[in-house]
Design a protein around this ligand. Structure first.
Ligand code: BTN
Length: 327
C-alpha cells in the first residue's frame, strides 16, 4: 500500500482527535521526523489555506480547512461500497474523463474517482467544451466496470443524473430537474452536465467513465458569453456558497447507492427515478437531431434509454441523440 504524504498524515491526525488538538511530539512520532520538520509541514499547510493555531502545552489545532478536494477528506467516513475505493485529486487535468480513461486502459480498479480543481480541456457533449475554472466547481470522473453488454452501458447516464439531483437536494434543499439525455437544470438553467464514455469490445465492457461537471460556486461573470443555454450554479440559485467537499461526498454516496441498485435490479428503478425528475414528460417538445427537427409530445424513456416522442401523426419516434427544447 502507498505510504500517505506527511500532510495527509497530519490532517488525518487532526480528524481523529475529538478536540482537534495534536501535539508536535505526536506528529513527529507518527512521521518519524524532527520537530523542526513538523513545524515546516505545518507552515506548508498554512500556506495551502489551512488555519492552524499553535497553543502552548496543548499542541496544534486545526481551526479551518480550505474547500479543497483532498482524497482523505473525501474518503473519511464515506459510506460507499465501491465508488471512491481510490480517489485521485489533481490541481489541474486536461480532462478528468481523459485521465480516468487512461487509467482504465492501464487496468485501474472499479470505483476509481478522478477529480480536478480545474480542467484545461474540459469535454462537453458533442465535442463541445466544458468551462472549468479552478476553485469553484466539481469536475469528477468515476470509473466503473459493470458486468453488462456494451449496449447496456449508456443507461448509466441516467444513474449519474439521478445521483447529481439527489446530491443537489441534500446540499441545498433545491429540487433540480433533468432534461434528456444528460442535463441537470435549476429554474430552467443548466447547473450540471454529464459525459459518459466507454471502452468495450463486441460482447464485453472494459470500463465506463461517468464524467460529471457541477457548477457549484461559479459566479455569473465566469460563464462564457456564447453558451447555447442559460446556465447557473448552486451558489447563484441558492444565494449561498456550497462546500465542494460536502457536495462531493454526498454525490459519491448517492452514486454508490444507485449503482448497487443497478447491479441488483437493473435499470428499471433508475429510469423510474429519472422520469420523476423530468418536467418535460407529457409536454410538447422539439428535438434537434443533428438538424433534423422532430416535434411531438414527450412520452418518456424507452427500455434502452431512448427518448420517446409521439408526433402529430401518432407515430412514436425513438431518439438516441439530440437536443430537446420545450415548445
Ligand atoms: C455536457 O456537455 O453537458 C457534458 C459536460 C460534462 C463535463 C464533465 S466535467 C468532468 C468530466 N470531465 C470532462 O472533461 N467532462 C466531464
Amino acid at each position: 500500500m502507498k505510504t500517505p504524504a506527511p500532510r495527509e498524515t497530519i490532517l488525518s491526525l487532526f480528524r481523529q482527535t475529538p478536540d482537534g488538538f495534536v501535539s508536535g511530539e505526536r506528529i513527529s512520532d507518527e512521521l518519524g521526523v524532527s520537530r523542526t520538520a513538523v513545524w515546516k509541514h505545518i507552515r506548508n499547510l498554512r500556506q495551502a489555506g489551512y488555519q492552524i493555531e499553535a497553543i502552548p502545552s496543548r499542541g496544534y489545532q486545526l481551526q479551518q480547512s480550505p474547500d479543497v478536494l483532498m482524497p482523505e477528506a473525501i474518503q473519511s467516513g464515506l459510506e460507499c461500497q465501491l465508488v471512491g475505493s481510490r480517489i485521485i485529486s489533481l490541481d489541474e487535468a486536461d480532462s478528468t474523463n481523459l485521465q480516468a480513461c487512461r487509467l482504465g486502459d492501464e487496468g485501474a480498479d472499479d470505483g476509481l474517482v478522478v477529480i480536478a480543481d480545474r480542467q484545461s480541456s474540459g469535454k462537453g457533449r458533442m465535442g463541445r467544451q466544458w468551462e472549468s475554472p479552478g476553485g469553484v466547481n466539481l469536475y469528477a470522473s468515476i470509473l466503473l466496470r459493470p458486468p453488462v453488454l456494451p449496449f447496456e452501458a449508456p443507461k448509466l447516464t441516467f444513474l449519474s443524473a439521478v445521483a447529481v439531483c439527489r446530491a443537489i437536494k441534500n446540499c441545498t434543499g433545491l429540487q433540480p430537474t433533468v432534461k434528456w439525455p444528460n442535463d441537470i437544470l435549476l429554474n430552467g438553467a443548466k447547473v450540471a452536465g454529464l459525459l459518459n464514455e466507454m471502452s468495450s469490445e463486441t460482447d464485453q465492457v472494459h470500463y465506463v467513465v461517468l464524467g460529471i461537471g457541477v457548477n457549484l460556486n461559479m459566479r455569473a461573470e465566469q460563464f462564457p458569453d456564447d453558451l447555447r443555454y442559460p446556465a447557473t450554479s448552486l451558489a447563484i440559485a441558492s444565494g449561498k456558497a456550497v462546500s465542494r467537499l460536502a457536495f462531493t461526498r454526498s454525490l459519491l454516496q448517492e452514486l454508490d447507492a444507485l449503482y448497487q441498485v443497478y447491479l441488483e435490479e437493473g435499470s428499471a428503478p433508475i429510469f423510474t427515478a429519472w422520469t420523476e425528475l423530468c418536467e418535460l414528460t407529457g409536454k410538447r417538445v422539439q428535438v434537434d437531431c443533428n438538424n433534423l427537427l422532430i416535434e411531438g409530445k414527450m412520452v418518456g424513456l424507452g427500455g434502452d434509454g431512448a427518448l420517446l416522442v409521439r408526433t402529430s401523426a401518432g407515430k412514436i419516434e425513438s431518439i438516441y441523440a439530440g437536443d430537446v427544447l420545450p415548445l
